[in-house]
Structure formats: structure tokens, C-alpha cells
Write a protein that binds this ligand. Structure first.
Ligand SMILES: Nc1ncnc2c1ncn2[C@@H]1O[C@H](COP(=O)(O)OP(=O)(O)OP(=O)(O)O)[C@@H](O)[C@H]1O
Ligand SMILES: [Mg+2]
Length: 278
């Protein structure tokens, strides 16, 4: 066990010079003793996870394949069963939400995925506008988007640096451009927080930097938490305020990024297993 993990969640709360979190501020996301098992006869996937996410911070989630990173994100949006424990996401008690509330919860979460999940044949602008479909009244009576939403979609595309591609089909864009469209689409929802599940796994190093910078700017500017899972340790060290390491469904390390080194993070990875596989 690494000594860093013994620090209580309260005292590991990120304190950044650029955007300090006051000691009195409570977490937006509050997870306690989260256990997830996909079915009664399947193994436990998350085994007692405690985690808080605060406004304006970027938290990098690290862990080997199968450690439970995606499951943790899914548990926050009701896509993974909460077998026991508490998951409070803003005003939602996720373990107990019913259909209508679940839709409301999902409408408030910006999600970004490795494979972008755009509709390739539709224009970039329409893809971004689809982020507003969660909100009531995004479409007018004849089924076109309201002009205020169209303007906002353009503004968001401008913010992510690809307004000039607005009318092109999404499939004609490069991976890095598509991921920026996906981020603009997430922002269209006015999200209360963002979950980015390996958002740079399909991108080259330069584009990975761009996308992670963008996510950091969004966390600061919108003052929302961004939880981002990453496979490249160095990117986590360079682009997060806090790092959480999962191993076999448990948090084995948690700390402020500025206090961590690559060596500190080695307990996250199953070195023996990886060596055997070589
Ligand atoms: N829908 C599901 N039904 C049953 N088991 C699942 C389901 N989704 C994930 N699992 C299992 O849960 C465990 C954790 O999977 P998860 O996708 O959360 O890992 P991960 O850390 O995101 O891995 P990766 O880095 O490969 O994306 C794995 O053993 C996986 O097989
Ligand atoms: Mg995953």
C-alpha cells in the first residue's frame, strides 16, 4: 500500500493556485462504498470506492484494462448497477433515481468517449445541436433547431477551434477534430460535470495535448468537475489536478498530482501480471 492512499479524501482535496477550492466547499459528486456487480453470479467489479469530485477540478482516473474505470463512470450515470453504496451526483441520488430523474441526470452530464460517437453523415453543427436535445424546446414546431441554439452551437465550435468545419459531415473530420466536436456537443448540454472515458486513446500525441488542454480550460471556465480516464501516465501527470488510481476495482492511490511521481503510481499497475504476459 502506498502511504498516499492513507490520506483522507477531505485532506487530499485539491488546492490549486489558479482556482482554489475553499475548505467549506462540498463536493458535487460524492461516492461512498460503491460496490458494483453486473449480475448476481458475476465477480465484483468495484469494491468499496470512495471518491469526491469538486467544482473546477480535473481528476485523472488511471488503472489497467479491466480495473473498473468505465464502470465507475457508468455508475455515475446509472448505466452500471449500483449493488451497494451511495452515489450522489449533484441533486441526484443515483442509486435510487427513477426513469424521469435518470433522464434529467443524464441530460446534465457531458460525456466524451474514445470513439467520439458522432453521427458521421450529419453535419458537425447538427451533431453539436444534438447536445441540446436533452433540453426542452430545443426544436421549434416545424422540427428545426431554434436560432439561439444554432448560434450557441457555432459559438461552441468556435471555442473548440473548428467553426470553419460547421457545415461539413462529421465523418470527413480527423479524429482530433471529431473529438473537439464531441466536446462542443457535451458543452451544448450546459453540463454540471464531464465524464471523459479515454478521450485521447485514439489520438496522436499532439492532438491528445490539445484535447486535454481543452478539457482543463472547460473545468476552469465552467467551474465544473471533469473526470477523465487515461492510459498514458505522463498525460495524467501533466493535465490533472488530482489522480485516482484503480486496481481490481479499488482505489489504491489518490493524491494531488503535483505531489505525485510516475514511481508513486506504480501500485496502480499490475506489474507482475504484465510481466507474465510479456
Ligand atoms: N456490461 C457488463 N457486464 C458484465 N461485466 C462487465 C460489463 N462491463 C464491464 N464488465 C466487467 O467489469 C470489469 C471492469 O470493466 P471496465 O470496462 O469498467 O474496465 P476499464 O478499467 O474501463 O477497462 P479498459 O481500460 O479496458 O477500458 C471487467 O472485468 C469487465 O469484463
Ligand atoms: Mg474502459
Amino acid at each position: 500500500m502506498n502511504t498516499l492512499e492513507k490520506v483522507s479524501p477531505r485532506s487530499t482535496k485539491t488546492v490549486r493556485s489558479t482556482n482554489p477550492v475553499s475548505a467549506a466547499e462540498s463536493s458535487l459528486i460524492h461516492i461512498r462504498q460503491l460496490h458494483v456487480r453486473y449480475s448476481a453470479d458475476s465477480p465484483i467489479v468495484l469494491a468499496g470506492v470512495d471518491l469526491d469530485l469538486y467544482q473546477g477540478e480535473v481528476v485523472a482516473l488511471l488503472g489497467s484494462s479491466g480495473s473498473g474505470k468505465s464502470t465507475l463512470m457508468k455508475a455515475l450515470t446509472g448505466f452500471a448497477p449500483i449493488t451497494s453504496g451511495t452515489v450522489q451526483a449533484g441533486r441526484f441520488d443515483v442509486a435510487h433515481v427513477k426513469n424521469r430523474e435518470l433522464r434529467a441526470l443524464r441530460s446534465e452530464v457531458g460525456q466524451v468517449f474514445q470513439q467520439f460517437n458522432l453521427v458521421g453523415r450529419l453535419s458537425v453543427l447538427t451533431n453539436v445541436l444534438m447536445g441540446s436535445l436533452h433540453g426542452a424546446g430545443a426544436l421549434n414546431r416545424i422540427g428545426t433547431f431554434r436560432s439561439a441554439d444554432r448560434q450557441r452551437a457555432y459559438d461552441l465550435l468556435d471555442r473548440v477551434g473548428i467553426a470553419h468545419k460547421a457545415l461539413e459531415p462529421a465523418r470527413s473530420l480527423s479524429g482530433g477534430q471529431q473529438q473537439r466536436v464531441a466536446i462542443a456537443r457535451a458543452l451544448m448540454q450546459n453540463p454540471k460535470f464531464i465524464l471523459a472515458d479515454e478521450p485521447v486513446a485514439s489520438l496522436d500525441p499532439r492532438m491528445s495535448e490539445t484535447v486535454l488542454h481543452l478539457l482543463t480550460d472547460i473545468a476552469r471556465d465552467e467551474n465544473i468537475p471533469v473526470l477523465v480516464s487515461l492510459h498514458v501516465l505522463q498525460l495524467a501527470l501533466e493535465h490533472s489536478d488530482r489522480i485516482v488510481g484503480l486496481r481490481h476495482g479499488s482505489i489504491v492511490i489518490e493524491g494531488k498530482t503535483k505531489n505525485l511521481t510516475a514511481e508513486d503510481l506504480s501500485p496502480v499497475y499490475d506489474i507482475e501480471q504484465e510481466a507474465e504476459a510479456d
